[in-house]
Design a binder for this molecule. Structure first.
Ligand code: AMP
Ligand code: MN
Ligand code: MN
Ligand code: MN
Length: 303
């Protein structure tokens, strides 16, 4: 474990703290993801599978073998004010029983929801979607809408995942099934109780009114949340600036992550985003004691 120097260069570290493996809805195994991150110049990496920790030990071993600094990670599905919000957890103890149990409960509803989604798609004239989606997933309990999207694309029903979501899987479309995920306060408590930092993932993806967005960040902070993703593939330049302002307004640390899922599907590759603005405090500065395999010179060097 190393110390992160408190200097102006820290935000230049090539950190990628948001990615998915075959444990959730990514298509690369944790080892292949670690290799791809290292090949693309990532200096600090986290695997953040949806509601799951099953890839953490493999990710750690692969990263440390490659000389790639590493943090534990997950992306928790939350329902807040009737909308789905994703909360990234970083730098926690992956053996914490409350975190493990909380994530198990959160993923517990996925298979039943998938059955209902498949029934709904069947009524829309698309049979076989449950078996189809499950054929892309390692653990049936981890099934996501992404797996349905892959099935519909491979069947030739849509040309890419974005078309699938637009026509079938977004709210109000035939394959959408409303679902209640974890509560915001519970997700933050599981992460912080395990010694980690809770970070609001890609907040621009939530279609909140300004009032609901203010409530989200106020409650998040009140529960002990300390970070927000600013530099993430889902955000355009305007949104990056807007959430940089939110980070300053709510005194949050800022995070950076590609949300990489697959070499073809993902428009943003590992480690390829712009640096965080120098005005923000990176999450990895606060998480320094939790980073494994950290080399001080990587953090203190000038760009
Ligand atoms: P779920 O947690 O089952 O609701 O699935 C959510 C996942 O679907 C996200 O983690 C993304 O990987 C993926 N997703 C959501 N919206 C889109 C979209 N418009 N295009 C492609 N993938 C999407
Ligand atoms: Mn995903
Ligand atoms: Mn997400
Ligand atoms: Mn993600």
């Amino acid at each position: 474990m190393g110390e992160v120097p408190d200097n102006a260069q820290v935000h230049l570290l090539n950190a990628d703290l948001h990615s998915h493996s075959t444990v959730s809805d990514g298509t690369l195994q944790p080892e292949a993801l670690a290799q791809r991150a290292a090949d693309r110049g990532v200096e600090l990496w986290a695997l953040t599978d949806h509601d799951a920790l099953a890839g953490q030990a493999r990710a750690r071993e692969a990263a440390l073998d490659l000389g790639l600094a590493w943090l534990t990670g997950t992306e928790v599905s939350v329902t807040f004010a009737g909308e789905t919000v994703h909360v990234i957890g970083l730098g926690f103890d992956a053996d914490n029983p409350d975190l493990i149990a909380g994530l198990a409960t959160t993923r517990g509803g996925r298979l039943q929801r998938a059955r209902e989604m498949a029934d709904s798609l069947g009524r829309a004239g698309i049979p076989g979607a449950l078996d189809g989606a499950l054929s892309y997933v390692e653990d049936p309990q981890a099934v996501t809408r992404t797996h349905f999207a892959r099935f519909l694309v491979d069947r030739g029903i849509c040309s890419d995942a974005h078309e699938v979501f637009r026509r079938f899987l977004n709210e109000g479309k035939p394959g959408f099934v409303p679902h209640r995920w974890a509560r915001l306060g519970d997700a933050v408590k599981w992460i912080t109780g395990a010694g980690g930092m809770a970070v609001v993932a890609h907040p621009a993806r939530c279609r909140f009114s300004p009032t609901a967005e203010f409530a989200l960040f106020s409650e998040f902070v009140a529960h002990g949340g300390r970070g927000v993703e600013v530099m993430v593939s889902a955000h355009n330049d305007l949104e990056r600036r807007r959430f940089a302002d939110i980070a300053l307004e709510f005194d949050l640390h800022a995070s950076r992550g590609s949300d990489f899922h697959d070499p073809v599907e993902s428009r943003c590759d590992l480690g390829s985003l712009p640096d965080l603005p120098g005005t923000l405090r990176p999450v990895w500065q606060a998480l320094a004691p939790r980073i494994q395999g950290l080399r001080d010179q990587a953090l203190s060097r000038s760009a």
